[in-house]
Design a protein around this ligand. Sequence first.
Ligand SMILES: *Cc1c(COP(=O)(O)O)cnc(C)c1O
Length: 384
Amino acid sequence: MKKTYKQDTKLVHVGRAPEEYFGLLNAPPASASSIIYPSLAAYESTTHKYRYGRMGTPLAKKFEEAVTMLEGGYAAVSAPSGMTAISIAVMAFVKAGDHILVTDSLYESSRCFFDGFVTRMGMKVEYYDPLIGTGISKLIKKNTALIYLESPGSATFEVQDIPAITKIARKHKIVTIFDNSWGSGLLFNAFEHGVDVSVIAATKYMNGHADAMLGAVVAGNKETYKKIKSTALDLGICAGTQEMYLALRGLRTMKLRLKQSAENAMVVAKWLNKHPKVQKVYYPALPTHSSHKLWRRDFKGANGLLSILLKPAPKSSVARFMKDLELFPMAASWGGYESLLLPQYPEKRALPWKEKGFLVRLHIGLEDPDDLIADLKQALQKFK
Ligand SMILES: *Cc1c(COP(=O)(O)O)cnc(C)c1O
């Protein structure tokens, strides 16, 4: 495939190899444990391509090639979920005694990982304000090994000044890991903004149909790739064949789905922004969002995720509001074809949360936004 092709063309052609598969247009979901070696010399060679299913299969290579292309990195390592992609990436660069700086607006399960496993393994985790920017330099210690970034942040979508933070990290030779799930590799190029390692939950827009768990770690250069790959090998982590097949299939239409979700979300967000029972709408593409300017500077677009802060009300009213919605089932995840809602608990963060009222995250799917608005309207009407 020509390097000069534009992204849309590459997204159609990447990860296909009909010459390897009797002309099949799509690389088939071929699973393997045993892979036959043609000779002892091949077995003893360190460059032999496929050794054992867990260590890599032709389809895993295709998926990893696709994610690498999407993110513009050096190479990728596939993982069975976004969370394993995060844990592999972190474990590749830290050791007991290290100090780690973590953005306070991170994904909830990532917080559990840092507070639980990472802390138990002897690392010291410190949360920082996502809007800290160059102020991060004051938090750097002699033993700071890693700065963990996620932008826009989960639930309230604070946009971090990534170029400012990565510049400081480079000066101190501190590794930066960026959770690029929100941008799905399409809306933000982590490496152009100075990040060392990008992780992505392919569970979200890439697979896009709410039926598979998958993740990937993308390294910006060979040296970081080697560390990540050896960590994944040591931990015995490999992704499921069916899941990688589904994500490659999802990749072909990801841009269209993402664009439509974002377009619908903007219509819904604007409508919610004027509703008297909604205190605040968190959506980076809205000019009223606190991080809107930074988002415009660094991102190529938005997705279908937004949160609303309801007017203070008893918990039972909040529960009723959620039940009254017909088109927003309550479920974790986002980035599928469908709309969903999920309660959020920002008061669990390390930094104080001062807002009153319940925070609800909505994922806006591919339904007609008129229907979504009508549904929200009737449920908000009953909300007291
Ligand atoms: C969902 C999500 C993850 C984790 O992905 P899984 O595939 O669910 O493990 C990581 N980061 C962010 C920002 C997410 O939204």
